[in-house]
Write a protein that binds this ligand. Structure first.
Ligand SMILES: [Zn+2]
Ligand SMILES: [Zn+2]
Length: 319
């Protein structure tokens, strides 16, 4: 299970926090104004996934920086083309002369930036106190981000500027079926590993007998991991919609922008945004089990207008 919780109050910007049971770190999607974000949240942050750096999504980076300073590890920041320079510019806005001895600097907070482009994912590092942008080549991994509990996929959407949509997928769980007639033992670990590595011929010894792993796979069952998707600012157009549907296929939860009312479709297109109704409809087409509209135009922050936006979203999601 991935727990997603909005750290922004109604009327504030976008900041969605992700956490997992038995995993000590938090992850954030965007860092707009969010008065529910605590110092403890920030200290335990391990990754920031930025859709784009319009001010309503990036405004609160300074708060993250302020409370991450005592952290002695590398934080990963993912985002669209230009994110490395955007982060560096935030860091260079301060004077760092008081901070660290050389030895402390070597163990201090640093950032690894994963810049997502049509040509691949480019890596950069930023270290205190100069915060020089160091190029580290291209990411060669299958996923944008992966740790022991989940992996992350993405899509590049058109919001006039690139806007990255993310899908966080918990690793699937493999367990033994209850009807397995064989006596449990150390071999189960080996069998699960063989299954994950698709190693059909692996020999598994149980007592005095030997089996090929493929003959024992019938006793395993794989439970798909929980999936949370985050789709921010994007133009309501066919190309974006196909990318969203593919990325978020059957996602357990989808958090998506719902910026304008249906009657404002011209404004939505002009500003490369979506409407609540269309976002609800796309969430449905993607097969999302639950969908939450979370980003609205400042024109619509009154309770009456928000109610209409939510109704239009629900209408789209129930089509
Ligand atoms: Zn935007
Ligand atoms: Zn926005």
């Amino acid at each position: 299970m991935i727990n997603a919780i909005s750290k922004s109050k109604i009327g504030e910007d976008v900041c969605l926090q992700l956490s997992l049971p038995n995993h000590k770190y938090f992850y954030l999607c965007d860092c707009g104004q969010a008065s529910d974000l605590t110092i403890a949240d920030v200290k335990n942050l391990n990754g920031l996934f930025m859709s784009h750096t319009h001010i309503d999504h990036f405004y609160n980076f300074d708060m993250l920086l302020r409370h991450q300073l005592p952290v002695t590890r590398q934080i990963v920041i993912c985002g669209p083309k230009g994110i490395a320079k955007n982060v560096q510019a935030k860091l260079l806005a301060y004077n760092w002369d008081i901070l660290l001895t050389e030895e402390q600097a070597a163990n201090a907070l640093s950032y690894q930036i994963r810049e997502i482009t049509e040509k691949g994912i480019f890596l950069y590092e930023l270290h205190t106190p100069q915060w020089k942008l160091e190029r580290k080549g291209k990411l060669k991994n299958e996923y944008l981000y992966e740790n022991e509990v989940f992996k992350v996929k993405y899509a590049i959407l058109n919001h006039n500027t690139p806007s990255i949509a993310y899908s966080f997928i918990e690793h699937s769980k493999i367990s033994m079926k209850e009807n397995c007639p064989l006596k449990a033992g150390e071999w189960i670990k080996l069998l699960k590993k063989a299954f994950q590595e698709k190693n059909n011929q692996q020999i598994i010894n149980i007592g005095n007998e030997s089996f090929e792993a493929k003959d024992l796979f019938q006793y395993l069952e794989e439970k798909q991991g929980f999936q949370v998707s985050f789709v921010m600012d994007h133009l309501a157009c066919e190309e974006n919609h196909q990318k969203i549907i593919q990325l978020c296929k059957n996602t357990d939860e989808l958090y998506i922008e719902a910026y304008y009312l249906s009657e404002e479709i011209d404004l939505a297109i002009k500003n490369h945004h979506s409407t609540a109704f269309i976002s609800g409809k796309i969430a449905k087409e993607a097969g999302a089990k639950k969908a939450f509209p979370i980003h609205f135009s400042r024109r619509h922050q009154s309770p009456e207008n928000l109610k209409i936006l939510l109704q239009e979203f629900e209408k789209g999601f129930s089509v």
